[in-house]
Design a protein around this ligand. Structure first.
Ligand code: NAD
Length: 260
């Protein structure tokens, strides 16, 4: 029996990353799971994927802000699962503040997790992908990789940087069967967004429902959240053999946000 393909998904204990991990497991991949969270909750997530999708799952709590921990994740996943076919750089954090008050530690953290971790994961995995003449690197950027919003300077800078990084890597690996692309979601209902809804509800003294309708979804012409399974389906296609000519591209999946 041929070896199952292997995908590593950073930040996959919640939200979009978890949805992507499950979609790949359902489609025959073994999974390198990573992210923060309560140990018992993470163990339940790991078991769920193993039992319901028959995938082998390696989990690492490596902090994507720390290069030495990123190396630990890659080594552990290699030892447990073998060569890595697909890398999905998804881990991300947010902090909202005017630039002149932006806490410098939050700036450093957002740049480290949302941008530099993609560099470290890529530099560690590209040699093996090159040697197998196959690899897929997908960077989960954002509509904020293409346009800006107030009070999100670090996030916007990191996501714009991630799209530039995507193009640079794509050019460097173009002759080796490895592709590198970005996915740019609009608003998706995950814990990363729920905390912003809570904060805006307090700040504007309006209900969470009003924040979602008048502030969040006002950006998105479809007036609907993007669904996690829609992003996962796009990621699965970009990882497939049929997507071998797609590289250096950024795919918006944002309900029309960046068409404005
Ligand atoms: P989420 O908060 O549900 O999940 C984030 C994941 O990253 C979690 O598994 C968390 O444990 C992990 N993580 C955070 N800091 C980490 C660290 N230092 N080391 C390792 N793991 C860490 O958020 P989400 O909405 O699913 O976001 C996933 C990605 O999608 C992010 O890159 C985010 O910027 C991007 N994105 C989200 C939206 C949205 O509307 N939710 C829109 C566009 C892009």
């Amino acid at each position: 029996m041929s070896k199952r393909k292997v995908v590593l998904v950073t930040g996959s204990t919640s939200g979009i990353g978890l949805g992507i991990a499950k979609e790949f497991a359902l489609n025959g991949y073994d999974i390198g799971l990573n992210g923060l969270g309560d140990a018992a909750v993470v163990e339940a997530i790991k078991r769920d994927i193993e039992v319901n999708f028959g995938a082998q799952v390696f989990y690492s709590d490596a902090d994507m802000a720390k290069p030495n921990e990123i190396e630990r994740f890659v080594k552990g996943a290699n030892d447990a699962l073998g060569a890595i076919d697909v890398l999905i750089n998804n881990a991300g954090v947010q902090h909202v503040s005017p630039v002149e008050h932006f806490p410098t530690d939050k700036w450093d953290l957002i740049l480290a997790v949302n941008l530099s971790s993609a560099f470290h994961m890529s530099r560690l995995l590209i040699p093996s992908m090159r040697s197998h003449n196959f690899g897929r690197i997908l960077n989960i950027a954002s509509a904020h990789g293409l346009v800006a919003s107030v009070n999100k300077s670090a996030y916007v800078a990191a996501k714009h940087g991630l799209i530039g990084f995507t193009k640079a890597v794509a050019l460097e690996v173009a002759d080796s069967g490895v592709t590198c692309n970005a996915i740019c979601p609009g608003w998706v209902e995950t814990p990363l967004v729920s905390s912003q809804v809570d904060a805006l509800s307090v700040e504007k003294s309006i209900s969470k429902e009003d924040v979602i309708r008048d502030v969040i979804l006002a950006r998105q012409p479809t007036q609907k959240f993007v669904q996690i399974d829609q992003i996962a389906a796009l990621a699965l296609f970009l990882a497939s053999d049929k997507a071998s000519s797609i590289t250096g591209s950024s795919y918006s999946i944002d309900g029309g946000w960046t068409a404005h």
